[in-house]
Design a protein around this ligand. Structure first.
Ligand SMILES: [Zn+2]
Ligand SMILES: [Zn+2]
Length: 399
């Protein structure tokens, strides 16, 4: 999946007859047409249309891997533009909530006794142990909630926001993911926290009630941390897509072409340290952030990251579409907020696709989503037929 290529050719010639995939990668382009009866898998008509569309991608043409082509020909995937527009400021919702809660807590009568109790501990305990435990608790809660939702398919309304609804992670795959994630959390996070402490001591990151930042100062420190995270993650992530680094380091994280929340930190330990942890700690050192800013920034980042990586574009939980696309296409959308991708032009294909979806449905995303779901429903019928006939490999083989 690392070497897909783009060409300038393009066409949106898919029709509703070439299957559920119709658009879904194609943004449901053809799904707006009246739905003809789907061809039976294996028929000449089916094979011909699959062959014609195997390498096309609305707006662009990808050279598909053999596995992708095989899946596409059997209509085994779709790419669903979720109904909700989580773009722009909405992608920062988790951060905005944690900032608001922190400001409210710091201004409440609870703050003085809490920070006095906190500072009965050593600075090492506060900046390393407490910070680590809070982060581990937030991450564990995020992984547990999304994993339960994924495996139990509850609550049922969540499924409507699944971006690649035909791809799911099996319990066995979850066990594999959690092995890496727990290792990174226990070992790499601990080492990163320990290496942060001397820098925090040097900078004198405050922890007391008396040194609580004013709201403008809190927002400034948060913005510095966000910028450091954006620059650091983008730079490391883009570098890791160099073929040599990709093969040895980043390929692990791209094992799943449809991401899930638990796999947000399913990564080589070097990648986890350099792209997920180091930029954040550097932001905290540069801004000389108060302990309360450390907690609010890490919490907002962890919630946002797991939501972005969940495979669900859930309203008010951030915009999951760009990173989902990154896993799907293995190109573009390297940064966490999209700022540098927009500035450096590493989101052109993605934006082109979004424009095409909007143009096809005159900007009516509800209609686009409905059409996509209708196509998927037809696809489900075909898929069941194909499976009964024992055709082909399992879906999980491709992920
Ligand atoms: Zn990547
Ligand atoms: Zn990812």
């Amino acid at each position: 999946m690392a070497t897909q290529t783009l060409s300038a050719t393009s066409t949106s010639t898919s029709t509703a007859t070439d299957g559920g995939d119709v658009k879904l990668r194609a943004g449901a382009t053809a799904a707006s047409l009246p739905a003809p009866a789907p061809p039976r898998p294996g028929t000449a008509r089916d094979s011909a249309s699959a062959s014609a569309s195997a390498s096309s991608f609305p707006g662009h043409a990808y050279t598909l891997t053999p596995t992708e082509a095989s899946l596409r020909s059997r209509r085994k995937w779709g790419y669903l533009r979720a109904i909700y527009d989580n773009t722009k400021l909405m992608s920062l919702t988790p951060h905005l909530v944690t900032i608001s809660l922190t400001l409210a807590f710091n201004a409440s009568p609870l703050a003085p006794p809490f920070y006095r109790w906190l500072n009965t501990h050593s600075r090492f305990t506060i900046l390393v142990v407490h910070n680590y435990l809070i982060n581990a608790a937030v991450q564990t809660a995020c992984v547990a909630l999304f994993t339960y939702s994924d495996l139990a398919r509850r609550p049922s309304w969540v499924s409507r926001y699944k971006i690649q609804p035909h791809k799911s992670v099996t319990p066995a795959q979850y066990r594999k993911i959690l092995g890496v994630v727990v290792w990174n959390m226990l070992v790499v996070n601990t080492l990163a926290s320990l290496s942060f402490f001397p820098l925090a001591q040097w900078r004198g990151n405050p922890t007391s009630f008396e040194t609580l930042p004013s709201p403008p100062r809190l927002l400034r420190d948060w913005a510095i941390c966000l910028l450091a995270t954006e620059v650091g993650f983008y730079a490391v992530h883009r570098a890791l897509h160099h073929p040599r680094l990709y093969r040895h380091v980043h390929k692990l994280h791209h094992e799943f072409t449809a991401p899930c929340a638990a796999a947000a930190t399913y990564a080589h330990w070097i990648e986890h340290y350099l792209s997920n942890l180091l930029p954040v700690f550097l932001g905290l050192v540069i801004s000389r952030a108060h302990f309360s800013v450390m907690v609010l920034f890490f919490s907002g980042l962890l919630i946002g990251t797991h939501a972005h990586h969940s495979g669900y574009n859930i309203p008010f939980l951030g915009n999951a579409l760009p990173h989902d696309w990154h896993h799907y296409a293995t190109v573009e959308n390297f940064g966490p907020t999209g700022l540098l991708d927009a500035l450096l032009g590493t989101d052109k294909t993605f934006r082109s696709w979004l424009r095409e979806v909007d143009a096809t449905f005159n900007g009516d995303r509800v209609r686009a989503n409905t059409a996509a779901l209708e196509t998927l429903a037809r696809f489900d019928g075909d898929s069941d037929q194909g499976e009964r006939q024992g055709e082909g490999e399992s879906e999980s083989e491709s992920e």
